[in-house]
Design a protein around this ligand. Structure first.
Ligand SMILES: [Zn+2]
Length: 90
């Protein structure tokens, strides 16, 4: 139990807010560079809000969640991260 609490606490410290999770997911997903989840185009524009992107080819807007298991989820990414990391480390 104490160990569970420790890992939960460190996960929540590592991901203090939704944007941190978005940044982490972005770096994992786009580790070889940004691409469009709709057409695969690599000409991707980034919006100043740090979570919206637009494809220069098909012109569609998307977030990093599009095409992942997180896409249709109403659950905050942060809660997903806690669940996934707890599952992974315990
Ligand atoms: Zn596209």
């Amino acid at each position: 139990m104490i160990q569970d609490f420790d890992s939960l606490y460190s996960i929540m410290e590592a991901f203090p807010d939704e944007q941190t999770c978005i940044n982490d997911l972005t770096s994992i997903r786009w580790n070889k560079g940004a691409y469009c989840p709709h057409c695969g185009g690599t000409k991707v524009y980034h919006f100043a809000d740090n979570k919206t992107h637009k494809c220069g080819d098909c012109r569609r807007r998307f977030s990093i969640k599009v095409g992942t298991i997180f896409e249709d989820s109403k659950i905050a990414l942060r809660k997903w991260f806690v669940a996934v990391y707890l599952n992974y480390f315990s």
